[in-house]
Design a protein around this ligand. Structure first.
Ligand SMILES: Cc1cc2nc3c(=O)[nH]c(=O)nc-3n(C[C@H](O)[C@H](O)[C@H](O)COP(=O)(O)O)c2cc1C
Length: 150
């Protein structure tokens, strides 16, 4: 595994460890681990699931995909402002044929991402987890500033 892949997978694994610790799910507790994975497919049991798509006609669609990222970000912030919370959820579209059928998405649309949305359940322990972030100085490059950020 190259160094970069290792960094990304460690970050993901770190978040999973934080979540499982908070939920009291042991490493060898296959049942509860599977249950957690299944929640992702079920959109975390949220009452609303938004599915963002773009027209296949737009392929190659890097800009459309970029736009949908911005749209997803805006939706999450607007929802937050109204007391709603979201999970941008890549796992939720892994079974894309199921999503396509249930959300009545026409074949001329490519499914990009989905967003689970609902009111927060403050008593659900996983919601208290604050994910550990990589320090920005490890991946941001500043050029042209007098004082270089170390
Ligand atoms: C493109 C994208 C895909 C994501 N897919 C998933 C996912 O499949 N499952 C998941 O638990 N979180 C996923 N997330 C992360 C959550 O949306 C959210 O960031 C996470 O629950 C942690 O919240 P935090 O970023 O405030 O720590 C994804 C985020 C992005 C931007």
């Amino acid at each position: 595994m190259v160094e970069r892949e290792l960094i990304y997978s460690c970050t993901l694994e770190g978040i999973a460890v934080q979540l499982f610790d908070a939920m009291g799910i042991a490493r060898d507790d296959k049942g509860r681990r599977t249950d957690w994975v299944m929640r992702g497919f079920r959109q975390f049991d949220a009452p609303v699931s938004l599915v963002l798509t773009y027209d296949k006609y737009l392929e190659p669609a890097a800009i459309s995909q970029f736009d949908l990222g911005a749209l997803a970000h805006a939706i999450v912030l607007a929802a937050w402002e109204r007391g709603l919370v979201c999970v941008i959820n890549g796992q939720g579209i892994m079974q894309s044929s199921v999503v396509r059928e249930h959300a009545c998405i026409p074949d001329d649309q490519n499914i990009m991402i989905c967003i689970a949305m609902g009111y927060p359940d403050e008593d659900f322990v996983a919601n208290s987890v604050k994910s550990v972030r990589e320090d920005s100085k490890n991946f941001v490059t500043y050029v042209g500033f007098d004082e270089q950020v170390p």
